[in-house]
Write a protein that binds this ligand. Sequence first.
Ligand code: ADP
Length: 666
Amino acid sequence: MAKKPISKKKTAIRDKSAAETTTKKRVAKKAAAPRVKAASRTASKATPGSATVSSKQAATPTPPAPEKSAKPLLPGIRPGSETAALRPMPRVHEFTASTPGAAVPSPPGPPLEGAPAVPPATKEARQPVPASDTRRGPEPTREERPDSGYQPEPEPHPEPQYEPPPPAVHHHHRPSLFIVHVTPEMAPVAKVGGLADVVFGLSRELAIRGNHVEIILPKYDTLRYDQIFELHEVYRDLWVPWYEGAVHCTVYFGFVHDRKCFFIEPHSPDNFFNRGSIYGFPDDVLRYAFFSRAAMEFLWKAGKHPDIIHCHDWQTALVPVFLYEFYQQLGMTHPRACLTIHNFKHQGVTGAELLRATGLHQPERFFDRVRMGDNQHKGALNLLKAGVVYSNFVTTVSPRYAFETKDGGQGFGLEPTLHTHHMKYGGVVNGIDYDVWNPEVDQHLPVRYGIDTIDAKYDNKRSLRHRLMLADNEKPIVAFIGRLDPQKGLELVRHAIFYSLERGAQFVLLGSSPDQRINNDFWGLKHMLNDSPDCHLEIGFDEDLSHLIYAGADIMLVPSQFEPCGLTQLIALRYGTIPVVRTVGGLADTVFDKDHSDRPLHERNGYRFDDYDAPGLESALGRAIDCYYQYPEHFRELMKNAMRSDYSWNRPGQDYLNIYDFIRNR
Ligand code: ADP
């Protein structure tokens, strides 16, 4: 145990810069100018408006048709038939045999006032228009009626179903799709969080499967222009309706690592995207409402008719609203809309100003809780909810998180909406880019290694210790990499540091927060542990160091309060670093406990704990450290299992294509 007497540490840290330069010279250089990862996806405060819900507007709910087969189906497809084999259904959580009424998904998006309706493929999907409501908005159901008192019944099996991978299918028959992603972020040019990586990884996976993929982004002043190739103007005068007038925009095109990207630049005194950072402004809701409208206007004016428009998070959740409220009436009847929700915490809750800005001029219609009216704040609009209501399909980033958001109290108020639309909701686990995160080819590593050369991992361990000035001993290294956000379980991270040291392990942390108070807390901790030869806390954002930690550590801790998908455990697995995770969200879908799992032994790849408290954490981390010391050959097997698991984009790419096929064919 390397904990030193506090009094000694206090003396040592009195002069912060002196301490840094003397004892940790090498890393102090890096810490001096940390690249801090901004992470504030903000949502504007709700402002009161004129929300009332008229029960007259509620149409008669139509129960889903009974399903004869025990197997989940797409409309018109029988399991085992040739068609079913060729067109596998979306492998997403909601479409399991246990899901009540899973046979007939709800109609695609909200039908439109006077607009050519999306032709439904099934009789059940074509609902009669109630005489009292010729506008035919999104069909409200029992759950949505304010006076119904209806409580959705609990799912019969709360645990997500783990299905075996579907049989191999041949996709040469699949027609190429035209897919457009409308997104506020894409790595590496505009990255705040995991969303950026998802768009980057998924778009390439879709393209290498023969589809035409384009990406629409805001032209931020902070774009990494060094990563954009052949950037040039392609559409000089795009006029985007805004309030009573229109904003003049220019659209640029460029390649970002072979991805075809359009960047929209508004010329407006609002200066929407020249703010020095991506998020964090009081008018964020209006900025992204404008971007969403501009993206749709660009598609329309440029004569693009994609098969699929895929939007992401609350920032672009208005895209399907605009598609069905405006552009379908103008003749854009072909595209279907898919929304991926990367985190339910941020929803874009706002007031009536949004309607004035975007031309959605019927407050009573849009404040209605069946459309955009926030479920919790009367008189507020909720953009993410609107995206759920209007999209043809909604995904989140793991099946478990899909379940938790709908039935596990993690939906931040959207639970009733997810229940209403559960037929078009499911989870797809993110992939990671194995060109970037692969110890066999990783250029950041001093020594590369693979499953057959696993011993070389220990050369990286030595390099990590050397770089962070840790003692070279027989101890395992426990690591944490991530945003220092309460979501990540910071109390448990703190506890794990002391627990690891007590149990004879070393601890390495790499993280930062946009919240200075949190950073200061960790700086305090860092100073407290400054003299420990077994602990290093690096407060900052350092991609290069993160690679060395993934390779050099033995155990990766992810004790999140909630975790939609989580990338750190996926990367750790690839590097043979054993994840110790809390059983939530994507962590529960990707890490299987060595000692307690219904998975076969060769699929077990880490340790899990359920309870968000110190004993919970210790129950898993303690077992990992024990195994490292007492059963090294078991630990090594676990490392190999971890390295064998496939969390590339291969499978999620196929899952998304199945979803696209599904909504296109309806
Ligand atoms: P989230 O999207 O909630 O931030 P994820 O686990 O999905 O969390 O993704 C985190 C990604 O950011 C991982 O690739 C991780 O390596 C990286 N990362 C987080 N913090 C840092 C940091 N301080 N330095 C380097 N990389 C970081």
